[in-house]
Design a protein around this ligand. Structure first.
Ligand SMILES: Nc1nc2c(ncn2[C@@H]2O[C@H](COP(=O)(O)OP(=O)(O)OP(=O)(O)O)[C@@H](O)[C@H]2O)c(=O)[nH]1
Ligand SMILES: [Mg+2]
Length: 382
């Protein structure tokens, strides 16, 4: 179908074959011509109401004034993958740069069901009551597949979502972790400029997202459950070397004693690990996010952490390092994307892969050939 036919079809709301007869879908039998023509008629096209785009100045002033609607719109802007939006977003961020960085950034991780959302609800509400302004973000690399688990979280964080000093933003979708990474960091900057002085970042404790979140927060908290023995033997060791505190959640009812035992086990184990933050001893604590017990204690731990690391300079060193790491990660991502999108690379890669698989070429030689072809193809570019 050419463009003109397509346009006519959309306007008339009826599909037509090139001979002018209504086109029969493959699933319809030969006889019921009139019925499927009826059924196939699509609804009248919806009118898309486009919001007038804001100027850089409107975004900047709105965010600085703490206007939640404009903040949400600015976040949508930084989350957009359209290059026009990206340019605008960068101008907005550039203007806001002097106003970012004045917050405590706290990451919360743990296996599904550990109680992260319940904890953030209790902890966030507590902080709001103390006069803080709390923004909750999420890094959920699976959200583009599942539709975003934090959507459910928003209902689990009912009290916090209603609090005038809290701002909850669902996880950005957008596929690759690298994209989510950038979007969350830039969202964090916007929230800071809007006056949120505590940023909580929730991530489910699977795979890479823990490293991503460690790379963007000052304090990283692992919510754990009882039954620590099994975890201590296994894969959890890696995450324990990333965090600044481990909180055994659900320390209530019958589970209270077990939680205390788990706390001891974790503490013994932590003793032999390298702490995530120089000059700070990672310890285990207990809490009940559901009952709100141990929440104020956790805040005291974090305050002590911030005081200690600011005094020693580790706090600022880490932030500087994070900026540098972020920059390098983005450079790598950019170069990689460009490389694989290059027509010469696209053309040569399958052949070279085959020769590597069949043993006709060593990997190093194939890689060199590909990169040289790519660099030659760039030759003319500035
Ligand atoms: N008894 C008890 N139950 C809790 C506590 N904290 C959370 N829960 C329950 O544990 C379940 C999971 O809690 P969530 O806060 O949704 O856990 P999550 O870690 O955010 O889970 P995902 O977002 O799916 O990764 C819910 O049914 C909570 O009510 C607690 O301190 N005590
Ligand atoms: Mg959750």
């Amino acid at each position: 179908m050419n463009g003109e036919e397509k346009r006519r079809e959309q306007e008339s709301g009826q599909s037509a074959a090139s001979d002018g007869q209504p086109r029969r879908p493959e699933w319809a039998d030969d006889n019921g011509l009139s019925s499927y023509v009826q059924a196939e008629r699509p609804p009248a096209p919806k009118r898309v109401v486009r919001r007038k785009e804001r100027s850089v100045e409107e975004y900047v002033q709105g965010v600085l004034a703490g206007d939640r609607t404009i903040l949400a719109q600015a976040i949508t802007l930084v989350e957009s993958n359209a290059s026009r939006h990206m340019d605008l977003a960068q101008q907005v961020l550039n203007e806001l740069l002097p106003h970012v960085g004045r917050s405590i950034r706290i990451g919360v991780t743990g296996v599904p069901g550990a109680g992260k959302s319940t904890f953030i609800e209790a902890f966030g509400t507590f902080l709001c009551e103390q006069g803080h302004r709390v923004a909750v973000l999420a890094v959920d690399p699976t959200s583009s597949l599942t539709g975003g688990s934090i959507l459910g979280d928003k209902t689990r964080m009912e009290a916090l979502a209603r609090h005038p000093h809290a701002f909850i933003r669902p996880s950005p979708s957008g596929g690759a972790l690298g994209g989510v990474h950038r979007k969350t960091r830039e969202t964090m900057m916007l929230c800071e400029a809007a006056g949120y002085d505590i940023i909580l970042v929730e991530t489910v404790g699977v795979g890479q997202s823990e490293f991503v979140v460690r790379g963007m927060v000052d304090f990283f908290l692992l919510l754990a459950l009882t039954g620590a023995g099994d975890e201590l033997q296994g894969m959890k060791r890696g995450i324990m070397e990333l965090v600044d505190a481990i909180v055994i959640n659900k320390a209530d009812g019958d589970n209270k004693e077990k939680a205390r035992m788990a706390q001891n086990e974790y503490n013994q184990f932590l003793h032999y690990l390298r702490p995530a933050t120089p000059g700070w001893e990672t310890k285990a604590y207990t809490c009940s996010a559901l009952l709100g017990e141990g929440i104020a204690d956790m805040w005291r731990v974090i305050q002590t952490f911030v005081e200690t690391t600011k005094r020693s300079g580790v706090f600022f060193d880490r932030r500087r390092q994070q900026q540098k790491d972020w920059m390098h990660a983005m450079i790598k991502e950019y170069i990689e994307t460009r490389f694989f999108a290059d027509p010469i690379v696209k053309e040569k890669l399958p052949m070279l892969e085959n020769s590597v698989i069949s043993g006709a070429k060593p990997v190093t030689a194939a890689v060199r050939e590909l990169i040289e072809a790519y660099e030659r193809s760039l030759g003319g570019e500035v």
